[in-house]
Design a protein around this ligand. Sequence first.
Ligand SMILES: Cc1cc2nc3c(=O)[nH]c(=O)nc-3n(C[C@H](O)[C@H](O)[C@H](O)COP(=O)(O)O)c2cc1C
Length: 222
Amino acid sequence: MDVFEAVTSRRAVRGFTDRPVPKEVLERVLSTAAWAPSGSNLQPWHVYLLTGGPLAALKKCAGERLAAGDPWDEPEYEQYPPELKSPYRERRSAFGEQRYGALGIPREDVEARQRAASGNWECFGAPAALFCYIDRDLGPAQWSDLGMYLQTVMLLLRAEGLHSCTQMAWAKYHRSVAEILSPPDELILFCGMSIGFEDAAVDHVRTGRAPLGETVTFVDGD
Ligand SMILES: Cc1cc2nc3c(=O)[nH]c(=O)nc-3n(C[C@H](O)[C@H](O)[C@H](O)COP(=O)(O)O)c2cc1C
């Protein structure tokens, strides 16, 4: 698979089969992803890879908290500004329309939207999940390094025939994740990532992207 195909075939997959992901594949992907760039080569990612019993325990714990109506853990970082301005606000609501519209859920049916989002806590059925932490002393430039690292992981997963879904949702239950992983106190959970083989029977829509001219300016004198 070439890089263009890996990039364009990657998408947030929200339905996985229970087919296990071989450990040697995960090791190959993660040891190769370590070549992702980072400012001054800090490599600020701290990654935990969960499968089997520990992942099942985490899914169970999160599912129980959700069912009990337990409030989210206090946030350790702001996922979005409280007032998203244009054009981000419109893009976010277009995404919501696409994601829930594909499932036949209208905008006003908040409960059905929450039920669909609850798939996050089962990792959408995935048999493997990655959790990515960063040291709380590090700043925006190092957080951006995490993005480069995570995209590198996702593209390598495509090369192995696997799919993924990055999930900031897991930061809402960071205490439950920490109970299973026992990370050092100085780390903040940025996100989880479900990993596995796609369940082709699960409907999805391809998200769109803004036209190139909205996000890229060529400055070439022409
Ligand atoms: C940092 C990050 C966090 C995300 N968190 C979630 C999440 O919690 N749950 C979810 O279902 N999708 C999540 N997504 C997936 C995005 O919704 C998705 O990438 C975006 O809508 C574009 O769609 P695509 O990845 O299918 O191209 C996340 C993506 C990123 C990069």
